[in-house]
Design a protein around this ligand. Structure first.
Ligand code: UD1
Ligand code: UDP
Length: 362
């Protein structure tokens, strides 16, 4: 029997593919787990494989290239070689990274069907490499797993060739499954010296590669109405270093900088924080999970997760320091509970996805 190839490349892909790998195992469908090595540090890759109790990837590619184009090309070439030997029934990719586009193109060149998990998201911000990656991938996929009605409508409007299925987002599956484990095993809260805090992350290229935006984020941290816990992404650390801003933030007594945390620790930080300020995509989804339910200020000009905004969890606040600080104060004085259900599904997206694969291909 042919295998399903499950591709990951970065931290969020490992987290969101984990429920699918588990569902494939449960359904006894043969599968190969391929990590393309876009993220390679222990705390950006292997740590998540361990936290999510996945088996060692069947293939772990080593990518040498540094520039985005070369990185994409190298993954494409290595994936084509791998796929030509594996001859799978379908290649599953998740999200919008360079890995996703590269692996999808490799499958397309070998005439192997592609399943796009988290299809149909649109930010309409063409500065974002992710917006190009997700659009291109959607248009060469045979199976499009749309997390929401909104994503499904986006795909219908663009008249994609593949079949569209509404599944929910596996980010919610992962929270549901792992928060109880995090509650029992994570010790991160012992490291937090603050009673209440805001949780911050930032890594988007259009933000942290722009020194003016970095400056603005630094001013937000400095003037924040409550202490900040900030697990720092390696891209951002590099940019802060290059712009001579790292020691400034390290000296802020109201900011606790952490290395990128594991998934279980991050779940606990989300659970215990007062609010989240971020430019992450996945965190906007996780904040809506019934087990987390936190307000999120999105430090970007757009979001492809409009559902989180419509449901009242997220607010797109831009990157200007005054706007972000005002929004933080507003959220802190806001009364009223957030919804008790997530617009991204009930936590059964992986099971639905695997059932669709089984019906169509096995
Ligand atoms: C990538 C994705 C982004 C996703 C993010 C998840 C693209 C275009 N971007 O952004 O959509 O939201 O992953 O976190 O695919 N680095 C390390 N160690 C690592 C990985 C990266 O030090 O393990 C540093 C390197 O200096 C590298 C830089 O981070 O050049 C950027 O990494 P890259 O994977 O190209 O992009 P991300 O910013 O991580
Ligand atoms: N995350 C984590 N540790 C961190 C920061 C994030 O485990 O220090 C998790 C978070 O729970 C979410 C995912 O990483 O599941 C989001 O990744 P990221 O923000 O890098 O990428 P994006 O979702 O924006 O593509």
């Amino acid at each position: 029997m042919k295998s399903v190839v499950v591709v990951t490349g970065t931290r969020p892909e490992i987290i969101k593919m984990a429920p699918i790998i588990r569902a494939l195992k449960k359904a006894q469908l043969p599968h190969l787990f391929v990590h393309c090595g876009q993220h390679y540090d222990y705390n950006m890759a292997q740590q998540f494989i361990e936290n999510l109790e996945l088996t060692v990837p069947d293939h772990w590619l080593k990518i040498e290239a540094a520039s985005p184009g070369a990185q994409t090309a190298e993954i494409l070439m290595k994936m084509e070689e791998l796929l030509s030997k594996a001859e799978p029934s379908v290649v599953l990719v998740e999200g919008d990274t360079n890995t996703v586009l590269a692996a999808a193109l490799a499958a397309n060149k070998r005439a192997i069907p592609i399943g796009h998990v988290e299809a149909g998201l649109r930010s309409y911000d063409l500065r974002m490499p992710e917006e190009h990656n997700r659009r291109l991938t959607d248009h060469i996929s045979q199976y499009l797993f749309a997390p929401t009605e909104h994503a499904k409508t986006n795909l219908q409007k663009e008249a994609v060739w593949g079949k569209i299925y509404l599944t929910g987002n596996t980010a919610i599956d992962a929270v549901k499954e792992h928060l109880p484990i995090a509650e029992k095993t994570s010790k991160i809260m012992q490291q937090i010296p603050f009673e209440t805090f805001a949780l911050a992350t930032a890594h988007r290229a259009e933000n942290v590669d722009d020194p003016a935006v970095l400056e603005s984020f630094m001013a937000v941290f400095e003037g924040s109405p409550l202490p900040i816990v900030y697990p720092m992404h390696p891209r951002t650390r590099k940019r802060l270093q290059e712009n001579h801003m790292l020691s400034k933030i390290e000296q802020m007594s109201n900011v606790l900088i952490l290395p990128p945390t594991g998934y279980l620790d991050f779940l606990m930080l989300m659970r215990h924080c007062k609010l989240i300020i971020t430019d992450s995509g996945g965190i906007q989804e996780e904040a809506t999970a019934p087990q987390i339910r936190k307000p999120v200020l999105v430090m970007r000009l757009s979001t492809e997760r409009q559902e989180a905004v419509e449901a009242g969890f997220a607010t797109v606040v831009g990157t200007d320091k005054n706007k972000i600080l005002n929004a933080m104060n507003q959220v802190l004085s806001r009364k009223g509970a957030l919804p008790s259900t997530s617009p991204f599904g009930d936590g059964d997206a992986a099971q639905k996805t695997v059932e669709i694969i089984k019906e169509n291909l096995y």
